[in-house]
Design a protein around this ligand. Structure first.
Ligand code: PRX
Length: 676
């Protein structure tokens, strides 16, 4: 039996599937990455890994992780009731594996190697921290948190700039068994408040201020506004405030008894803190992400499985080695930062690079200047950044020595072939593998990706599944597996893997509804896909109401709820449309409450309502007030039509005769043509 919401989800999926997929039928070249033998080995090893996933992951868990007490069973539980568990009864600590392991005497010792290399907003403002220094600083932060009452299992919210202390605090939480909940520093006070309410987090770690692209970020002030919201009333006990860029925001006000000058408290601590013995299935962190409803969900990751998956995917997808200068230029506030800035590289005993600024500051050559100065060898970014930079031409990257680069990575959305080629040719000089890593917050790490020097590359395709990831294509309507190649449907995963999310914090039912129930027996990531004639995967985009704007995941329902929160809006329907740089942009159709008229002022207010509710990164490109929306006779909004109109594909509207009032379509087309 499926519930009404599941049926609605499936219906939306089917509706979206009928959209043509841009890249599907383009004939593209295949780029060799390595020898046929290497690719042959991958295929054999992959088949073995999915034939017996317990053996594959169990063997790795024993060799790759240090355990305080061994696990008794590799895996148990199933997708159906969300009882999946890995490395049962084993005891370990993620921070120990990422930091201590490299500082203790013995074969693993790398204590004097650089662990964190940071470049601030201003070019050349650099900090380097060795593994030994990291162990001491993380221990001190852990002791400081403990001294204020933070305990194993407590949720610690973090709203931080991109400074080494964000990674250190995450590691400190892992060390004492506190569950970090990092909120990307572009989210608004309302969004912070909602996440604090939802997790009941008593602890908040922030900084006085940050700077990005020369602009001040008043982080502490935003936190104060969040905590003052009614929904947060009485929840937050302590706010730990790092000093970073206070002068940029004119200093901060500290609330007595609640706010703690964190650097002072940390300085007074002992530089060693014992690690909590965590069960494999103890919570490591939550990360809020958007879904089909208005409320973001707290995606939960646990200790043993996530740690192994983060380590193994980083080692394999990036072929990371001890002397690599590895740089993932994402923000630690997103899953990419969690797995591939903080945990993955450090778990491999390799240095990680943290970047506070933007690719455009002080000019459009910032990334390439950093590659040259730091001799970056592995560089990981998003298609939206590549598209934004390629607009400025080849001369800018050509001014820099990029010969240190060995591997280039991309993540966040399908990369268009033009951007892929620019990345490969102009940045990588045809000498680097470009790894197109497909994954999501919920998967913990890469699940489909080419492997460097191994998998042939097809621009726009994330190619083939990672070891131990049993991918299938399902018929969206019947839920049956589609065998063979040259097929299209929705992506699903047939067997559990260690890095998968275990639940949504406080709402296991929602977890089941979103990921497990749409196709019983499978994990459903929410993406459409095509498997081409060679068996390579092409992600065709989300099949639910989730947008991907500049690689940021935004639920249409969240934007709609921000709009209808404004008294002028009686109804809102939000859709995405293709955008040359962002990949997808936001278009909001709104009907106005009687008594309100469309004006520049009102449009500005509505935009501001979205920025206030979610954050500036969710700003819409188009707001289109309209006298009516295309409704079916049963009152449902036909988003398919709205998407087509927003995309300017008015010759592909399909059947509009089932609408309660088909004339509304012409009105919308006219309105939108004025908006462009
Ligand atoms: O639609 C897929 C797209 O981004 C979604 C996951 O978003 P999020 O949880 O925010 O994580 C982003 C970073 C992993 C996916 O469901 N996506 C991510 N990477 C790719 C991608 N689509 C195509 N190709 C990719 N490489």
């Amino acid at each position: 039996m499926t519930t009404e919401s599941e049926q609605a989800l499936k219906k939306r999926k089917i509706e979206k599937e009928t959209q043509p997929t841009n890249m599907a039928h383009e004939i593209l070249p295949v780029y060799a990455a390595g020898s046929d033998a290497a690719f042959g080995d991958y295929k054999i090893k992959y088949q073995e890994s999915i034939k017996d996933t317990s053996k594959y992951w169990g063997d790795l868990a024993k060799t790759e992780l240090d355990w305080f007490a061994p696990f008794t069973h590799v895996q148990n539980g199933s997708f159906e009731d969300g009882s999946v568990a890995w490395f049962l009864n084993g005891k370990l600590n993620t921070c120990y594996n990422a930091v201590d392991r490299w500082c203790l005497p013995g074969d693993n010792y790398r204590g004097t190697d650089v662990a964190l290399r940071w470049e601030g907003d201003e070019a050349g403002d650099v900090r380097e921290i060795t593994f030994e220094e990291l162990l001491k600083k993380v221990s001190k932060i852990a002791n400081a948190l403990k001294s204020q009452g933070v305990k194993k299992g407590d949720v610690v919210t973090m709203y931080m700039p991109m400074i080494p202390e964000i990674a250190m605090t995450m590691l400190a939480c892992a060390r004492i068994g506190a569950v970090h909940s990092v909120i990307f520093a572009g989210f608004s006070a309302d969004a912070i408040a909602e996440r604090i309410r939802s997790s009941g987090s008593k602890w908040l770690v922030t900084a006085d201020g940050g700077k990005r692209g020369g602009r001040a970020l008043p982080l502490k002030k935003i936190c104060d506004t969040a905590i003052a919201k009614e929904i947060c009333h009485g929840i937050v006990e302590k706010v730990f405030v790092f000093e970073h860029h206070g002068e940029a925001v004119g200093g901060v006000h500290m609330v007595e008894g609640r706010d703690v000058a964190f650097d002072e408290l940390i300085a007074a601590q002992r530089p060693y803190c014992p690690c909590e013995w965590m069960d494999s299935e103890d919570n490591l962190f939550i990360l809020y992400t958007s879904g089909s409803t208005g409320r973001p969900k707290g995606v939960l990751h646990t200790t043993g499985g996530y740690t192994l998956f983060a380590k193994h995917t980083t080692a394999t997808s990036f072929d990371i080695r001890r002397n690599d200068v590895y740089a993932c230029v994402a923000d630690a506030g997103w899953i990419t930062g969690h797995t591939y800035i903080v945990y993955g590289p450090l778990l491999n005993g390799c240095s990680t690079f943290m970047f506070e600024s933007t690719p455009m500051y002080p000019d459009n050559g910032r990334y390439w200047d950093m590659v040259q100065r730091h001799k970056i060898s592995i560089f990981y970014t998003a298609p939206t950044a590549i598209r934004a930079l390629m607009r400025f031409g080849d001369e800018i990257p050509n001014k820099y020595d990029l010969s240190s680069l060995r591997i280039l990575g991309t993540v966040g959305e399908p990369i268009n072939p033009e951007a892929w080629r620019w990345y490969y040719e102009v940045i990588g000089k045809k000498n680097c593998s470009v790894v197109d890593t497909y994954w999501q917050t919920e998967t913990g790490g890469h699940i489909i990706t080419n492997l460097p020097s191994t998998t042939p590359m097809k621009p726009g395709s994330c190619t083939l599944p990672f070891y131990g990831i049993d991918t299938v294509v399902l018929d969206p309507q019947t839920g049956k597996e589609i065998e063979g190649n040259g097929v299209e449907g929705v992506l699903a995963i047939r067997q559990p893997w260690p890095g998968m999310t275990r639940s949504c914090l406080g709402d296991h039912e929602r977890y089941l509804t979103v990921y497990m129930k749409p196709y019983p027996g499978y994990y459903f990531p929410g993406d459409g896909c095509r498997r081409d004639e060679d068996g390579f995967y092409w992600i065709t985009g989300r099949v639910d109401d989730v947008l991907n704007v500049s690689g940021h995941r935004i639920g249409t329902a969240e934007v709609e709820s921000a709009l209808v929160g404004h008294p002028a809006v009686s109804q809102a329907a939000v859709v995405g449309f293709p955008h040359a740089i962002k990949g997808e942009a936001i278009c909001c159709y709104t009907t106005l409450t009687v008594g309100y008229e469309e004006s520049e002022e009102l449009l500005k207010e509505l935009k501001m309502a979205i920025r206030t509710s979610i954050g500036p990164f969710a700003s819409p490109d188009i707001i289109c007030p309209t006298p009516g929306l295309p409704l079916t006779r049963s009152g449902k909004i036909m988003r398919r039509i709205l998407r087509k109109i927003a995309s300017g594909e008015i010759d592909q509207l399909g059947d509009t005769t089932t609408l309660a009032d088909p004339s509304v379509v012409d009105v919308l087309i006219k309105k939108m043509s004025e908006k462009r």
